[in-house]
Design a protein around this ligand. Structure first.
Ligand code: AMP
Ligand code: MG
Length: 492
């Protein structure tokens, strides 16, 4: 017991707990009657300085199910508010999550370690604070896939089954996800204190956020205005990256937008198969507020809510701060467009200096995909062959290939060095994404048959999304034609 901390490698340094009293409530994890470690992320554990071998054990099961707090952890539930589908809720908070603390990883980056599904906290309202195994594994798969795809994201460190049922529509096996994030500070965290008119706490939170995520801004003429610009920049780049791979977050409430610029809270998210900008998968998003093509507008809307919280910090007279904040918000469109076009140019192998026709080429390809409901991932991946004159992977995806032929002729004329283009394209257009039907099959096997093999296999495939491997063809294919439309549900 004495040297367990050294043996397991946890070296907590909990700045949030120390520096931001009043921004959280201490809480403890519920007991798990029969803990079982479903998956430990060895590579991530090592990155965090943890002893992966020692943790991949019954001791690890006790820790990652919440039964045994690792030495140095100071479990707490963070306070936050948020706009959910446009409606402001002044108090949300970690109702089913628990921040264990922070560790500084091997590259010197400070990372949160957080449980999700470890039981009730002072913010649980009517909820049980628990999570079911299916959504826990879903977040594990999606987060790790996004990471391998090069998108900033929270990561999954472990999934542990608790041995206890959780009651949703039916009893389901309970589980805890341990996730790792640059931090869990959200737009909603700022809204919590702004809504209470607590400018002192707000300033403390903003100063903490700047020191933790944007230390250079402390010296800016107006650090809070600079914070708004920096967060806008990270969101512009993040949303562009989502759209380059066909990702729909599904529930971009302000409490689900991390200030760090990482993707957070994988609930009803999904990847596009047939390309259509109006695609919605979430069963609760009836108005299409968070549809694929809406994501930049929603990010901007969320940033406006963030800006509102910062007004009293930007200027002692908040009215005087408004034009300054608005001027920053107005840069979001340009930031997003630039990030989006840069990524689309890589996807199309448009190398060298940008040219006037690049945007039209990108939009033109999307338009023909949309018109014929072509699979987004297959189409882009197949284009590297087309760059070299082999259209056999792309052309047959179109029921009427004529619009593709016309577009491709124009596009190929633009490629000065097709071999170089093809190499770039294969590095950004994935072969493997978390295909919705394959994710569902892996979760069903785990939950209904206690068969974790498909989950483990899928994680292995998604760990190298740009490298085609023999025998994995089924993972690269969209759902069979005629499948029921895919629907996702909220709630971990
Ligand atoms: P989310 O849908 O994950 O963005 O969560 C929105 C809010 O609902 C957060 O404050 C969560 O902590 C809370 N919440 C969601 N599910 C539960 C649950 N089972 N028990 C307690 N709180 C929950
Ligand atoms: Mg959330």
């Amino acid at each position: 017991m004495l040297d367990l901390s050294r043996e397991l490698g946890f070296q907590f340094d909990n700045t949030y707990a120390r520096e931001l009293p009043g921004c959280y409530a201490p809480a403890t994890a519920a007991a798990a009657p029969a803990p079982r470690l479903v998956k430990l992320n060895h590579a991530l554990a090592r990155e965090l300085g943890l002893n992966a071998a020692a943790l991949d054990s019954p001791v690890g099961a006790e820790i990652f199910s919440g039964n045994y707090a690792p030495p140095g952890a100071e479990p707490l539930a963070q306070a936050y508010a948020g706009h959910q589908f446009g409606n402001f809720v002044p108090q949300l908070g970690d109702g089913r999550a628990l921040l264990l603390g922070e560790v500084v990883d091997r590259q010197g980056r400070r990372r949160d370690i957080q449980f999700k599904g470890s039981g009730r906290t002072p913010f649980s309202r009517g909820g049980d604070g628990k999570a079911a195994l299916g959504p826990v594994l879903r977040e594990y798969i999606l987060g790790e896939a996004m990471h391998a795809l090069g998108v900033p994201t929270t990561r999954a460190l472990a999934a542990a089954a608790t041995g206890e049922p959780v009651y949703r529509e039916t009893p389901l096996p309970g589980a805890v996800l341990t996730r790792v994030a640059a931090s869990h500070i959200r737009v909603g965290t700022f809204q919590f204190f702004a809504a209470r008119g607590d400018t002192a706490k707000l300033r403390q939170l903003a100063d903490y956020t700047i020191a933790r995520h944007f230390p250079d801004l402390a010296a800016a003429p107006n650090p809070y205005l600079a914070l708004l610009a920096a967060v806008a920049d990270r969101q512009a780049s993040l949303i562009a990256q989502w759209m380059h791979i066909g990702f729909i977050h599904g529930v971009m409430n302000t409490d689900n937008m991390a200030i760090s610029g990482e993707t957070i809270d994988y609930g009803p998210c999904a990847f596009l198969d047939a390309y259509h900008s109006a695609t919605v998968f979430s069963s609760i998003d009836r108005g299409g507020r968070y549809a694929f093509g809406q994501q930049p507008q929603i990010a901007r809307w969320n940033l406006a809510r963030f800006a509102e919280t910062l007004l009293p910090l930007i200027h002692s007279d908040p009215q005087a701060a408004i034009p300054e904040a608005v001027a920053v918000l107005e840069t979001f469109g340009g930031r997003f467009d630039a990030a989006w076009l840069a990524g689309m140019r890589a996807k199309l192998g448009l190398l060298g200096d940008p040219q006037a026709g690049d945007l039209d080429l990108a939009n033109g390809f999307l338009a023909i995909l949309e018109a014929q409901a072509v699979d987004f991932t297959l189409a882009f991946r197949g284009l590297s062959g087309a760059a070299l004159g082999d259209h056999t992977l792309v052309r047959p995806l179109f029921s009427d290939p004529r619009p593709y032929d016309a577009w491709a002729e124009h596009w190929q004329g633009r490629l000065a060095d097709p071999a170089a283009s093809a190499r770039v394209m294969d590095g950004v257009n994935p072969v493997y994404i978390p295909r919705n039907h394959i994710v569902e099959a892996a979760l069903a096997a785990a939950v209904e048959r206690d068969d974790l093999a498909p989950f483990h296999a899928l994680l292995d495939v998604l760990a190298a999304p740009f490298t085609p491997r023999g025998g994995l063809e089924a993972y690269a294919e969209p759902a069979p034609r005629g499948s029921a439309p895919y629907r996702t549900f909220c709630g971990t």
